[in-house]
Ligand binder design. Structure first.
Ligand SMILES: *Cc1c(COP(=O)(O)O)cnc(C)c1O
Length: 475
């Protein structure tokens, strides 16, 4: 495919208007070289972007089972609501009296998410999941410092954690203490007991964890941390398995973030905008980033919490994302939210049951919203790795699952089908996965050579990440 600078011809353009008759004005300082602009007609431009559109894969194209990422279908009504001019034409510096409806939207979603999280207050300022983690762990820090307890310098993170967890703890100035998972993928209680002490600031945990298993010792885990004087942080980036069914607050967690761009209807994968809504229990509210939206006698206003950690983003976060989440939550309602979670779990278990007739599961028990296959045996017996199988999927028009994550599972493929896929589609996909398994034994070379039918074949992934060419190279 040609790049846009290789299209068109000198002098060609989009303008249908007559030439401008206002005299040119010469700037005192002129450019050293003329600006590089493409010279394309409207037709060429339209075809160029349409061609680019056809080279990406999104949820609107097909199955996108990226484990841990919750690439579920987002109902179009959520986009319609966020696009209403009454929302898009607002300015963040407007007087609060003129934006009561927008503040009400924050307030209503805050109330609904507090209920889903089992928390008492919510902020929408953080722009993404990792940003929400940062905010939440800073709340934990502020709590200890405020009590004069400055000896709490360590955050405990299990080895199954999402990579952002240890990064967040380090960013907040804590030392990271890694604890191993047991053979069931859950927290090793003895290792946790040995790790906690007077230097424990807190624990960061995802439950269900990144291998898709709900830790049945969760109440014991949060109790061990609390008894040592630490607080518990819930990474709820992906809340798809539990929303409306169990609440992190009831599991003993003190604060949480959830990615509105995973669980609550904002499409993602293209780099934003997103929102990492952070919820906390009442005793942490006074440290929240300001301003928070409050309701007083039917009017809405902003309030700066008493001992706020300060702003983490300008203004009030990504408002459009809040409107999409609000629409999603209200349209699904009290019945629809837990139903969606239950269907996500059912779909994952359906696919797992069909696939384990051939593939090995890393943890062969009932999973939550996702499951992890380990292709170690397949690799040993055929030479075909998880990467080869994933590349083979591309020729069938399928987006591969998450690969080589979590790190504690070797040759991992992590599948999260989401609640929005039909049985027919999951059956089609399972048929293809099982066919690829057979192919590994019958014709391993074909998988080493895949993909054959994509615009580019195998990329040098190291070079692509290390020596990036992000600008057009003009001759
Ligand atoms: C996606 C994810 C994050 C990070 O969210 P971003 O919005 O990408 O920063 C953190 N934790 C878990 C478990 C995740 O799945």
């Amino acid at each position: 495919m040609k790049l846009i600078f290789e299209l068109g011809a000198e002098g060609r353009g989009l303008s249908l208007m007559p030439a401008c008759d206002v005299p040119d004005f010469t700037l005192s300082e002129e450019r050293e070289a003329p600006l590089h602009l493409p010279h394309v007609s409207e037709n060429e431009l339209t075809r160029h972007y349409t061609a680019l559109c056809k080279r990406v894969h999104g949820v609107n194209d097909g199955f996108y089972p990226l484990g841990s990422c919750t690439m579920k279908y987002n109902p179009k009504i959520d986009e319609d609501m966020a696009a209403l001019p009454g929302f898009t034409q607002l300015h963040p510096l407007q007087d609060v009296e003129t934006v009561q409806g927008a503040l009400e939207a924050y307030h209503v979603l805050g109330t609904e998410l507090s209920e889903i999280f089992g928390m008492d207050a919510v902020t929408f300022q953080p722009a993404a999941g990792a940003h929400g983690e940062f905010t939440g762990v800073m709340l934990i820090k502020a709590y200890h410092v405020d009590r004069g307890d400055t000896a709490r310098t360590k955050i405990i993170v299990p080895d199954s954690a999402h990579g952002t967890n240890p990064a967040t703890a380090a960013m907040c100035g804590f030392q990271v203490v890694n604890i191993p998972s047991g053979s069931d993928g859950c927290v090793d209680l003895d290792a946790l007991r040995a790790a906690v002490g007077p230097d424990t600031a807190g624990l960061m945990l995802t439950n269900p964890n990144t291998v898709g298993i709900f830790d049945k010792n969760i109440l014991e885990i949060t109790k061990i941390v609390h008894e040592a004087g630490g607080l518990c942080y819930y990474d709820g980036a992906n809340l798809n398995a539990v929303m409306g069914v169990v609440r992190p607050g009831d599991m003993g967690f003190d604060c949480i973030h959830s990615n509105l761009h995973k669980t609550f209807a904002t499409p993602h994968g293209g780099g934003g905008p997103g929102a990492g809504a952070v919820g906390c229990k009442d005793f942490l509210r006074k440290y929240m980033p300001g301003p928070l939206v409050v309701e007083k006698d039917g009017r809405f206003d902003f309030e700066y919490p008493e001992k706020s950690i300060g702003r983490v983003k300008m203004f009030y976060g990504n408002f459009g994302v809040v409107i999409k989440a609000l629409t999603y939550v209200l349209s699904l309602g009290r019945q629809g939210i837990p139903d969606a979670a239950k269907c996500a779990v059912l779909n994952a278990n359906y696919m797992m049951a069909r696939l384990k007739t051939k593939f090995d599961m890393a943890y062969d028990e009932i999973c939550m919203h996702e499951f992890v296959m380990s292709l170690v045996r397949l690799h040993d017996e055929t030479g075909c790795s998880a990467l080869d199988v994933a590349k083979g999927m591309l020729d069938f028009g399928l987006h591969p699952p998450t690969m080589y994550f979590p790190l504690i599972v070797h040759e991992a493929l992590m599948v999260e089908p989401c609640e929005t896929e039909s049985k027919e589609l999951m059956d089609e996909v399972c048929d293809i996965y099982l066919k690829l398994y057979d192919m590994a034994y019958e014709n391993p070379q074909a998988l080493h050579d895949a993909p054959l039918h994509t615009p580019v074949r195998r990329l040098d992934e190291v070079a692509a990440a290390r020596s990036m060419v992000l600008r057009y190279q003009f001759a």
